[in-house]
Design a protein around this ligand. Structure first.
Ligand SMILES: [Zn+2]
Length: 218
């Protein structure tokens, strides 16, 4: 039986291992394997590759699927968290991110009250905050002047609570911002400023003045 080619044996080895070969073929392979070292080695290596102990088969697949399930749970948790963070960020952006309201003469008017108080009157629907400085001395065109800076901000979503307060109070006081007594102030400029930048020297009032709009002058 030496005449059987190794390639033929190796072709039927998988079937032989699965025990789906005829009795004749089985005997033929058995005989060949006993004589041929090459095919024997091939057979051993195929056995090792395929070999999964029956008693461990289930638990192995179990482990794999458990691992996968864990992974899936983790992926779900992470995506839920990511969504929550994104929503929170969007919420904060819409409700808390303040943008400077550009100056408009129809929206913001500096007015003198009867008690000689200079006030800023806001005629818009709503605003988030009003920022104003006390009058301070600044040299403008070689002349010392007492000036105030003022600016209004809004958020993307007009705060519903602010409108509620306004309606409940039923007066306009909230939309009036007291600047100073008129004799203490020469001019009012509209420009946004960041007190932190000014305090740390990153920005100066002179540079702010350059982009400011003069909105009231004595
Ligand atoms: Zn052989």
């Amino acid at each position: 039986m030496k005449e059987i080619k190794c390639t033929i044996i190796q072709d039927v080895l998988p079937l032989y291992m699965d025990e789906v070969v005829s009795q004749d073929t089985k005997e033929m392979v058995d005989r060949h394997l006993k004589q041929c070292e090459t095919c024997q080695k091939e057979y051993e290596s195929m056995k090792r590759k395929l070999y999964i102990p029956a008693e461990n088969k289930d638990s192995l697949f179990d482990k794999i699927s458990k691992k996968w399930r864990k992974k899936k749970v983790m992926i779900s948790i992470v995506s839920v968290l990511a969504t929550a963070i994104t929503l929170l960020g969007a919420f904060a952006y819409v409700f808390y991110y303040e943008r400077v309201i550009p100056y408009s003469g129809n929206l913001i008017k500096i007015e003198m009250q009867n008690d000689h108080q200079l006030v800023s009157h806001y005629y818009g629907e709503s605003y988030a905050t009003v920022h104003g400085t006390h009058p301070f001395s600044l040299e403008i065109d070689g002349e010392k002047k007492n000036i105030s800076f003022i600016f209004y901000t809004k958020t993307f979503a007009d705060s519903p609570t602010r409108n509620l307060i306004k309606n409940e109070k039923n007066d306009e006081q909230e939309y009036i911002f007291k600047l100073a007594e008129s004799e203490k102030i020469d001019a009012v400029y509209y420009a946004d400023y960041d007190v932190e930048k000014i305090a740390t020297g990153k920005e100066s009032w002179d540079s702010i003045l350059k982009r400011a709009v003069l909105i009231w002058e004595k």
